[in-house]
Design a binder for this molecule. Structure first.
Ligand code: C5P
Length: 280
């Protein structure tokens, strides 16, 4: 049976990182919000006595190890006891290692699609537990929420109101940092403030209330030209552990004015235009 899936990216609006736990993970406080940027995934689930996965389209971002979508399928097979053959073709749009949760969202969609196809052998709690085994961001994507306040590693989720501001996401192709290294670098800075504002505050109050602790690690934020263009938005922040930068605008006119200024700046970012909310 063939299915067509949309795996949406997320952004973090505020991300406070607390002291490392004994298991090596850091507790965090953050608002996760889906955005209108997505990967398109075509899957074909076939009956088989043996578990098999093939993936096309992941060549550009796979470096080593098992693709997270293949891992999601394997975990599903192991937990449900159902073998199958799965063919995946992905049109990768969300940049990887950007803090946009692309890989996590792809894996979450595979998990949900398999569970739906086989008439829900796993209940919601089991899906959320498998999702956390795949990665800290994955439970947000399997939760079905468009916006959530997250604690723990990111798995303790409370739904919050989804908003619909126009956004721009800026990404430089050469700026990549693994989540693991970003957390390790943050440890060296010994952060001790960790408050985050209530939700949702007026957009004019976001800059001082929704702070991302990873901002200080971003090379691009040390460049005055970059900070000048970022600060023309109502709100600017690093998303996740970086390296993408999120800009939020009150309305489309303000974003149009920003686009004109950005074009004049000749900064070498690839911009993605979208909105905060999505109708997934
Ligand atoms: O869960 P995920 O696979 O995305 O995490 C990658 C790495 O990032 C972890 O191995 C850990 O070093 C770090 N991390 C962390 N605290 C979190 C999430 C991730 O220290 N809440």
């Amino acid at each position: 049976m063939k299915y067509f899936l949309k795996a949406y990216a997320k952004v973090n609006i505020g991300l406070r990182v607390l002291q490392k736990r004994e298991d090596g993970f850091h507790p965090l406080k953050s608002y996760f919000h889906k955005v209108s940027l997505y990967d398109s995934i075509k899957i074909d689930i076939l009956e088989s006595d043996k578990f098999e996965v093939s993936i096309k389209g992941n060549e550009s971002y796979m470096e080593s190890g098992e693709d997270l979508m293949a891992k999601a399928a394997r975990f599903f097979c192991e937990q449900s006891g159902i073998p199958f053959k799965l063919n995946i073709a992905i049109d990768k749009i969300i940049p990887s290692q950007a803090g946009l949760g692309g890989g996590s969202s792809d894996a979450a969609e595979i998990l949900l699609a398999l569970n739906n196809h086989f008439s829900s052998p796993l209940n919601k709690e089991e899906i959320q537990a498998l999702a956390l085994k795949l990665g800290s961001d994955v439970p947000f994507f399997t939760s079905g929420l468009n916006a959530a306040y997250a604690e723990g590693r990111g798995e303790k989720l409370r739904e919050v109101e989804a908003l619909s501001y126009p956004i721009v996401i800026l990404k430089r192709s050469d700026e990549k940092m693994s989540t693991k290294s970003a957390f390790a670098l943050l440890d060296e800075r010994a952060i001790c403030t960790n408050s985050i504002g209530s939700w949702p505050l007026p957009l004019s109050e976001w800059q001082t209330n929704y702070i991302n602790d990873f901002d200080m690690l971003q090379e691009c934020r040390k460049e005055p030209e970059v900070m000048k263009i970022l600060s023309l938005a109502k709100y600017n922040t690093t998303t996740g552990s970086g390296s993408a930068q999120l800009l939020v605008f009150e309305n489309l006119q303000q974003r149009e004015a920003w686009i004109s200024a950005f074009k004049c700046s000749k900064l070498t970012f690839t911009p993605f235009f979208g909105v905060l909310c999505c109708n997934s």
